[in-house]
Write a protein that binds this ligand. Structure first.
Ligand SMILES: Cc1cc2nc3c(=O)[nH]c(=O)nc-3n(C[C@H](O)[C@H](O)[C@H](O)COP(=O)(O)O)c2cc1C
Length: 316
């Protein structure tokens, strides 16, 4: 196989779209480096959340979402990108090396539309409209990859995840270290380049029907219950076969794909990861939803937006 060197313009477009990816607490924990015609994706070693994400699992998931966006950007420019994940066993921060095969082809309309979706998309932490998302729309979001898969949670499975989210929020509320980390990265003003803006955070102490959403800034025990399971939205689970760095990267790629596809379908979306930051509740979900086969990585709430006036997350 022979490869073309990436031009400065390609690298610029890749960085631009990858920078739109979602990330834990909007930390954008990725770096790109040009290397002999290729582009390397690195985990930003200066970012650490020892209480929330001690193994950097979610930071790598965030980088996986950036990798998804990077590959999408190249496909939409007509390239056939190839990603080598974790190319060096000596450099734990080097997550992927991206090359493009010689020869361009016409980009598909779907990739072009997904690029526009990635550029537009923002998390919507509000309640959603009280109209169920039809099964066929949800099925567009479901995927089964050799490493990571996305499934819709219904019945007992949804109940188990909702319970885990509640329990995790209560455990987090009692953790000074977690609350300090969360407070450092939330309640921010629009001038902040990283972190979660105050205006895009939900009201404090919220439970939407059966679902407790992350309480940016305060980590209260839940006090206010509004809406219903319908306005909380449908829940998707991203899980992986193994629980190593490769799996976390792939889970992030699956997350990037789901959020863009949801946006394309006119849906609002919001990742929810608290249940998997607390070992006890992660084990519960693994047991009750996955039958101890596979590893839960992330929940995504999706639903129809209530209104279009969504505050945009900031970027570096
Ligand atoms: C690994 C990961 C975990 C996340 N967990 C949550 C969460 O628990 N609650 C939430 O509201 N948003 C969560 N998010 C969404 C981020 O907060 C969001 O992507 C970031 O603030 C940037 O906002 P934007 O995607 O709207 O630009 C998560 C995102 C990632 C990638």
């Amino acid at each position: 196989m022979s490869y073309s060197p990436l031009s400065a313009q390609d690298a610029h477009e890749v960085r631009g779209l990858a920078g739109r990816a979602p990330s834990l607490f909007n930390l954008q924990p990725w770096r790109f480096r040009e290397a002999a015609g290729a582009l390397e994706l690195l985990l930003d070693g200066t970012v650490a959340l020892p209480a929330t994400d001690p193994d950097r699992r979610e930071l790598v998931i965030s980088c996986g979402a950036a990798l998804h966006h990077a590959l999408l950007a190249l496909r939409a420019r007509g390239w056939r990108p190839r990603a080598q994940r974790l190319p060096s066993e000596h450099d734990a921060e080097l997550l992927a090396r991206i090359d493009v095969l010689d020869g361009k082809e016409n980009p598909t309309p779907s990739d072009r539309a997904l690029v526009r979706a990635a550029q537009r998309r923002h998390v919507d932490r509000r309640q959603y409209a009280p109209t169920a998302v039809p099964q066929e729309v949800l099925l567009d979001l479901v995927s089964e990859d050799a490493v990571a898969s996305v499934s819709v949670l219904t019945g007992d499975q949804r109940y188990a995840v909702a319970q885990a989210l509640t329990k995790a929020a209560m455990i987090h509320a009692g953790s000074d270290a977690y609350r300090a980390e969360l407070a450092a990265w939330s309640g921010l003003m629009p001038s902040a380049a990283r972190g979660v803006l105050d205006e895009s955070a939900p009201w404090h102490g919220q439970r939407y029907g059966d679902v407790v959403v992350r309480d940016f800034g305060y980590a209260e025990t839940v006090v206010r219950e509004t809406g219903s399971a319908l306005t909380a939205g449908s829940l998707l689970l991203i899980s992986t076969g193994t629980d190593d760095r490769d799996a976390h990267l792939r889970a992030g790629e699956a997350l990037g794909a789901v959020l863009c596809q949801a946006e394309l379908g006119g849906l609002s979306s919001c990742p929810l990861s608290e249940a998997f930051e607390v070992p006890r509740t992660r084990v519960d979900v693994r047991h009750q939803v996955l039958g101890d086969e596979g590893h839960p990585q992330m929940v995504v709430r999706v639903g129809w937006p209530q209104s279009a006036d969504l505050p945009a997350g900031q970027r570096r």
